[in-house]
Design a protein around this ligand. Structure first.
Ligand SMILES: C[S@@+](CC[C@H](N)C(=O)[O-])C[C@H]1O[C@@H](n2cnc3c(N)ncnc32)[C@H](O)[C@@H]1O
Length: 337
């Protein structure tokens, strides 16, 4: 297949994320979960229109069991490791994770990430978290990874779990660019690990987990976007080209990673405010998926997720966005502009 034959699978209305696939990529999930999955996807689309439709409970929870990564990518706060303002040393226990999923079950939570912005494959309880989510009726279960630790053994193990999506960040089509963006010499290893995972899965006659490869487009790698897409066209299930978001969340800081002349989006409402929330390792709930984790709206150790979702802070953020006043909130300004 050529890249021009890829279809637009999904993306955000503000064009921050553009995902391509070779056809009806969600078919295996529809086959597994039936009508419930279709309903979830249509709720997701409806909530993402930014027209005020609010589901009873988040459709997706991004859960961070621990704040840890083995790479120091230039686009990410992890580059400063424990000195990053986002760093917290807490670890979420499987009991707290279970409590989150049990509340999710009461509202039919459809989707979860069990890694958020940490390195998913460094998580000691990873397979437990995946199964706790599945036991509580979560359909779509995501893990995000840089694939450096995706060994054949771990791949085989993950293929026995209820994981439905493996999101692999690569950000480059050559080892040279990879080493600049991801500050690592493991490009070949990452590509091979990802290819092997897909091959093992296919050899077992499985179509899940879906594998998505991603490039966050910056001034450093934009010239390789086409090559990246070509390289994965016949291999990955989903190719995701993502808009770089200044990770400090501060619009007053000049950011050399923003590609020169980058087109601005004319859609100025943040869809995730109606779709999802993030839960950090210390229980803090963050209103959105921004890497800076600045918009704390509660803590699950003190308040239920449902209450936080319908609480004053979330309501204020949504109202401000609907009124077109996102720029009043500095982190929203830096993300949207
Ligand atoms: C922070 S990473 C952490 C998960 C995993 N360790 C990885 O490498 O993908 C989570 C996602 O955020 C994306 N990302 C990183 N920095 C970003 C930025 N500044 N703007 C937008 N997306 C970013 C990554 O490409 C990945 O898809």
């Amino acid at each position: 297949m050529t890249t021009s034959e890829l279809t637009f699978y999904s993306g955000t209305k503000d064009k921050k994320v553009k995902m391509l696939s070779r056809g009806d990529v969600l078919d295996p999930l529809i086959a597994k979960f039936g009508e419930r999955f279709r309903t979830y996807r249509s709720e997701w689309e409806k909530a993402g229109l930014g027209e005020g439709y609010l589901p009873e409970f988040p459709l997706f929870l991004d859960v961070e069991p621990e704040y840890k990564c083995n790479l120091r990518c230039v686009t990410c706060p992890h580059q400063d490791a424990t000195k990053s303002p986002q760093y917290i040393k807490d670890r979420m226990s499987p009991e707290i994770f279970r409590k989150i999923c049990e509340e999710g079950k009461r509202y039919g939570l459809p989707a979860i990430s069990v890694s958020n912005n940490n390195e998913g494959l460094m998580e000691k309880y990873l397979t437990d978290y995946i199964e706790i989510a599945a036991e509580n009726g979560v359909m779509d279960i995501f893990v995000g990874t840089n694939a450096t630790l995706l060994t054949p053994e771990l791949s085989e193990k993950l293929l026995t779990t209820s994981l439905t999506r493996l999101l692999v960040s690569i950000d480059a089509a050559t080892p040279e660019t990879y080493s600049i963006v991801r500050k690592s010499d493991k490009f070949e290893l990452v590509v091979n690990n990802t290819r092997n995972f897909i091959e093992f899965r296919n050899r077992q006659g499985k179509s899940l987990p879906l594998v998505r490869v991603a490039m966050v487009q910056t001034s450093l790698n934009l010239h390789e976007a086409e090559q990246f897409t070509e390289m994965w066209t016949d291999v990955a299930d989903i190719i995701s080209l993502q808009r770089y978001i200044p990770f400090l969340g501060d619009s007053n800081v000049e950011d050399y990673l923003i590609p020169r002349g980058r087109e601005k989006s004319d859609f100025k409402v943040c869809s995730p405010l109606w779709q999802r929330m993030t839960i950090r390792a210390n229980g803090d709930v963050i209103a959105c998926c921004h890497l800076a984790n600045k918009l704390k709206v509660g803590n699950v150790l003190e308040t239920s997720i449902h209450e936080i979702w319908h609480g004053e802070e979330m309501a204020y953020l949504r109202k401000t966005h609907l009124a077109g006043d996102y720029a009043k909130i500095p982190i929203c300004k830096s993300c949207i502009d």
